[in-house]
Design a protein around this ligand. Structure first.
Ligand code: NAD
Length: 389
């Protein structure tokens, strides 16, 4: 990844009652952590809930130095990598340790890492002493373009993902694109899927740009990355500003997620399928559903598949090392927390750049679609094995 001189850009998330917060995006942004922390807490310590890989790759060292330069010492609570950390067990363990170490209401909490630590750390901040100031420092592409913005925090329950949590907005989000240098390629691709999502639901112009430049984003070209992150954050900020608590338009951000959550539930939230990979396959399934409903065209689907492939993210079940079953996947969709009076709410794209929420999708069709995807995956894999022998 090249290092160019890129200036920091700021996107503001305006909320009701004159609340707002800034998202600072650029290289070297980690070095400003101390300055931002100083405006949020008068105390000489801060709580830092940090992903083990953000520590290992020394990104947290930069934050620590910045904090120390303004007289703040971080109390570090390291989080094991993986979705398994978004659990009651990790939440309770960290809460108990923070409380045992002694805490005052005027302190603040830094959540630094990917979406897992952002969601977990955010939920801890929301519930510790009924809420303390939160600084989100996302270090994966997915968390920089999506999970660190908008205030959804939480953990998983055994019945499903994100079932326990709170809407809790950060006071500031610090996005340093330099942290992505150490992110594995597969996780870059996973984050890329959420970027394509914004183009599909609200921004055809952005989609057209991704259709030409998606490979540069996934490969970490500094200018392409900066533009993609900033535009994604702006899309999310606009939607959150209009509908902070997801009573309407915010639901569009869940394009592909009803399918994705069923896939993740079935694969038990393991590395077999990353969140963004499940979203990528889910977006394609949503387009197939939209074509069936007469709301999108086959040419839209072809363009979306091509755009996702540019980022080298998985686009079919055949690329996932798991034996899926259409009955199990359809049943898993009913575990989604977005059920409305027992009906599943789907985000259905209307071409590219527009989408609607519908609870009138024919579930027999969805079952048939899963079935067809599974058969196609088996056929593709058999053909590949045949070619290899
Ligand atoms: P993640 O947090 O598991 O991070 C992916 C991997 O990258 C982990 O192994 C982590 O240790 C490692 N890592 C983090 N930063 C790194 C760096 N700079 N260099 C090297 N390795 C690094 O996964 P994710 O994809 O960031 O987030 C997925 C989670 O986000 C899911 O739990 C999903 O439900 C949640 N999510 C939440 C929202 C929201 O609005 N709150 C939105 C989308 C997704």
């Amino acid at each position: 990844m090249k290092q160019n001189n890129i200036t920091t850009k700021t996107v503001t998330v305006p909320l009701s009652d004159n609340r707002c917060y800034d998202i600072h995006i650029g290289t070297g942004v980690l070095k400003t952590a101390g300055m931002h922390a100083k405006t949020l807490t008068p105390l000489e310590y801060i709580i830092a809930v940090v992903d083990e890989n953000a520590c290992k790759h020394r990104h947290f060292d930069t934050v620590k130095q910045s904090l120390q330069s303004v007289g703040i010492t971080p109390r570090i609570y390291r989080v094991k990598s993986g979705e398994g950390s978004k659990s009651f067990a990790t939440y309770t363990d960290i809460m108990e340790r923070i409380i045992a170490d002694g805490i005052e209401r005027k302190t603040a909490l830094i959540a630094m890492g990917g979406g897992v630590v952002g969601d977990l750390g955010g939920f801890i901040a929301s519930s510790l002493l009924r809420g303390i100031a939160l600084i989100q420092i996302p270090t994966t592409l997915l968390s920089q373009v999506d999970s660190s913005v908008g205030g959804k925090t939480g953990i998983n329950a055994s019945a499903g993902k994100n079932l326990v949590g709170a809407f809790y907005q950060p006071s500031v989000v610090l996005i340093d694109t330099h942290t992505l240098h150490t992110l594995p390629v597969r996780h870059m691709a996973s984050g890329y899927a959420e970027i394509v999502k914004y183009g599909c639901i609200t921004n055809k112009k952005f989609f057209d740009w991704l259709y030409k430049n998606g490979d540069k984003v996934a490969c970490g070209d500094p200018h392409a990355l900066m533009y993609a992150i900033r535009t994604s954050c702006q899309c999310k900020a606009t939607i959150v500003a209009e509908d902070e608590y997801e009573n309407g338009v915010r639901a569009l951000l869940n394009l592909g997620h009803t399918f994705a959550h069923a896939l993740e539930n079935t694969t038990q939230y393991t590395d077999v399928l990353l969140h963004g990979e499940a979203v990528s396959i889910g977006i394609i399934m949503a387009y197939k559903t939209a074509i069936h409903m007469g709301l999108s065209r086959n040419s839209d689907l072809q363009q979306v598949v091509a755009c996702l492939r540019l980022g080298r993210v998985k686009t079919s079940l055949g690329q996932v090392d798991f034996s899926f079953d259409a009955d199990v996947l359809t049943r898993a969709m009913y575990k989604d927390k977005k059920l409305s009076r027992g009906k599943i709410r789907f985000v259905i794209p209307r071409g590219i750049g527009d989408a609607v929420v519908s609870d009138a999708v024919d579930m027999d069709f969805i079952h048939m679609l899963w079935h067809r995807e599974i058969i196609d995956a088996r056929t593709d894999n058999t053909a590949k094995m045949g070619n290899a022998t």
